[in-house]
Design a binder for this molecule. Structure first.
Ligand SMILES: *Cc1c(COP(=O)(O)O)cnc(C)c1O
Length: 351
């Protein structure tokens, strides 16, 4: 899209996946990060309006962790500047607004099918648009930017086979548990959260076999969504009894539940819970450790932020916790996690 435009700036929420910042840099575009509303994943409309101008190419509202972002507000502001709205639905495959998939309120959208996002072909995703006129340009850009690369395809296919072979609780604990505990022992939360990415993203078109794997996975999506929605309901039943904790939900639409996002009163409580349970197989994690400007390794691609800037986004980054909601989570697991949350919150009240 930017090939046909003089515009150079892309605006993203300050708290989002570091890969988004790397993708903007990859395109030779300039990033601006937007403050969030208090206790929210949504961009602050007032700050978004300030950030947009005649040089704004796109704004990227993000359906983080399956929660539904406020796309209409982003559209209202971005479209007033003739900028595009790209819905980042990387973590929201299956989420709907007014009965239609997320991604159709904005101009362009994508789902990720990378490992860790739910249904997967190990790496890859889906780019789509509701505008007929945009489909051909997007198709062309995807073909040019992500050509077939046989070496990478072979590697991803082997990785996908390895992942499929390990795809059960014991296997994944083996594959992910040990490196996770090693990262935690080193207090390397950025590595533990999986937030460290190569600055150079290898782009290539998924081959026919992996595409067929993704299509078959799509057949399982409705059942998977029902199962994870039931898991989320069970989580909510025990989380809602815990005073001082907010379970993030949706103001509009029907989100999906790859994880439960929980907001704790402060970072001390949040970190106490993580120190107790991260690495113990209960599926606790952080969506992201920091806001984008706070990753040292992203300094070349993210504008610096003053220490008093982005207070809401930074507070959120310190207080947010993701709790695993895979079909393998049991009621006994939920009880353990909720007890630890209660204890950490009670300890905070006692001081
Ligand atoms: C993972 C992720 C991306 C990038 O998706 P890939 O398929 O890994 O390129 C973008 N945005 C968000 C919010 C993500 O979680």
């Amino acid at each position: 899209m930017h090939q046909d435009s003089e515009r150079r700036v892309v605006v993203v929420p300050a708290y989002t996946c570091p890969l988004v910042a790397l993708a903007v840099a990859h395109c030779g575009l300039e990033l601006r990060v937007c403050e969030l509303l208090p206790d929210s994943l949504d961009m602050d409309p007032a700050h978004l309006s300030q950030l947009c101008d005649a040089n704004t190419l796109a704004v990227i509202p993000t359906h983080l962790a399956g929660r539904i972002a406020d796309v209409p507000t982003a559209c209202r502001i971005a479209h007033a500047f003739d900028a595009w709205v790209i819905e980042d639905a990387a973590q929201a495959l299956g989420a709907t607004v007014e009965g239609r998939s997320v991604g159709l309120q904005g101009d362009v959208a994508f789902f990720s099918l990378a490992v860790g996002k739910g249904l997967t072909m190990f790496e890859g995703g889906v780019l789509f648009t509701a505008h007929d006129a945009l489909r051909a340009p997007l198709h062309n850009a995807a073909s040019t930017e992500a050509p077939a690369r046989i070496g990478w395809e072979l590697r991803r296919s082997v990785e996908l086979l390895g992942y499929a072979a390990l795809y059960r609780p014991a296997g994944l604990r083996l594959a992910y548990g040990r490196p996770l505990r090693r990262d935690l022992a080193r207090h390397d939360w950025i590595a533990a959260a999986g937030d460290e990415f190569d600055l150079d993203i290898p782009l290539h078109r998924p081959g026919a076999w992996r595409q067929s794997v993704a299509r078959r996975a799509l057949m399982r999506l409705p059942g998977f969504l029902v199962q994870t929605a039931q898991g989320a309901a069970r989580w909510r039943a025990c989380l809602q009894n815990i005073a001082g904790l907010t379970c993030m939900g949706d103001a509009a639409g029907q989100g999906v539940w790859p994880v439960m996002l929980v907001l704790l009163p402060d970072q001390t409580v949040r970190d106490a819970v993580l120190n107790r349970l991260w690495g113990s197989g209960y599926g606790l994690s952080l969506p992201f450790v920091h806001t984008l400007p706070d990753y040292a390794y992203l300094r070349a691609v993210v504008p610096a932020a003053e220490s008093d800037a982005l207070p809401n986004a930074r507070a959120l980054a310190g207080r947010l916790l993701a709790i695993g909601n895979s079909p393998w989570v049991t009621d006994a697991d939920r009880t353990v996690v909720c007890e630890v949350l209660k204890e950490a919150l009670a300890a905070a009240v006692r001081g």
